[in-house]
Design a protein around this ligand. Structure first.
Ligand SMILES: C[S@@+](CC[C@H](N)C(=O)[O-])C[C@H]1O[C@@H](n2cnc3c(N)ncnc32)[C@H](O)[C@@H]1O
Length: 289
């Protein structure tokens, strides 16, 4: 079920709690999308008579923000998230850039999402591009892809994308940081206050192969990110594996140790992350619905 943003009590208390406290910090410290990936998404939309984006797990609106900033001629954005705080941040970030583009913020789980309304004068319209950026692993993937098939235009594409995290990144400084987190929180990677992270049982490719969107191409974009130690601390506060709440009263002690560790690993004051941003771009074979 879908609800307009701001009208409801908690729908998904655990997920809301996990992301709520991080929303403002998230907007500040999470990396955006690489330019080349944004160009790929903009190319998917180019040529559509009216360019409609459905962004699932929009968070602070990174995907629509990147597309609008790159000059994509979007006519409508439907931004879906289980967290009202994230939707609030997305609203603030997107409104200055909208121009003629309309925006609907939908408070829903992606797999339960239903369009709130048809676009004015376009009863058969639907999204031309459906995006899940750093969010698909939180969702019931197969149900999300079935929903995408119900709502998307015949020629639409689904983009599942992301770039791992500093937990999984393999460098001296990220390994040392991971060990420090494990020293405080135990060896298992945490996923919020109550659970541990579980690797997805099926790959995204398997989900797509079994869905209507089974014409899949993979696009890899290398990205070099330069972090200052304080920025890493800000980023960690937004994560499900090292958010402040997990450390309770030991958070300050953790941050003090982490800062010293990070400073010890800097070169010219910086820490380098060589990441790969991956986009799986999927369409229906022959554009059929
Ligand atoms: C790691 S953030 C990614 C945000 C944004 N797409 C980005 O790339 O920065 C994951 C987002 O997915 C949302 N989320 C988690 N489970 C969800 C679900 N089942 N349906 C919709 N949104 C969900 C969270 O509230 C959070 O805002």
């Amino acid at each position: 079920m879908t609800y307009p943003y701001g009208q409801l009590p908690d729908l998904y208390p655990e997920q809301e709690a996990l992301f709520a406290s991080a929303a403002a910090t998230y907007a500040r410290y999470r990396p955006g999308l690489p330019d080349a990936a944004v160009r790929l998404l903009a190319d998917v939309l180019r040529g559509q008579p009216s360019q409609v984006l459905l962004d699932l797990g929009t968070g602070t609106g990174q995907v629509p923000l990147a597309l609008l900033s790159a000059g994509a001629d979007l006519t409508h954005i439907e931004a879906v998230d289980v967290s009202r705080q994230m939707l609030h941040q997305a609203s603030q970030a997107l409104h200055p850039l909208l121009g003629h583009c309309t925006l609907t913020l939908a408070h829903a789980a992606a797999d339960e999402y239903e369009p709130l309304a048809t676009l004015p004068g376009e009863p058969d319209s639907g999204p031309d591009l459906i995006t899940c950026c750093r969010s698909y692993h939180w969702m019931n993937g197969q149900a999300v892809l079935a929903m995408a098939d119900r709502v998307a235009t015949p020629g639409a594409a689904v983009a599942i994308m992301g770039d791992g995290s500093l937990w999984s990144h393999d460098a001296d400084w990220t390994r040392a940081l991971r060990e420090l987190i494990q020293h405080y929180l135990g060896s298992e990677r945490r996923a919020g206050a109550r659970s541990s992270y579980a690797e997805p049982r099926r790959s995204y490719e398997q989900d797509l192969a079994d869905s209507a969107f089974n014409d899949v191409t993979e696009h890899l974009f290398p990205v070099t990110r330069i972090w200052a130690p304080q920025e890493v601390l800000g980023y960690l506060r937004t994560t499900s594996f090292a958010g402040a709440g997990l450390f309770a009263e030991r958070h300050q002690a953790f941050e003090d140790e982490a800062l010293a560790l990070l400073h010890a690993h800097t070169v010219d004051g910086s820490l380098v992350e060589e990441a790969t941003f991956r986009v799986l771009l999927a369409r229906r074979v022959g554009g059929a619905r």
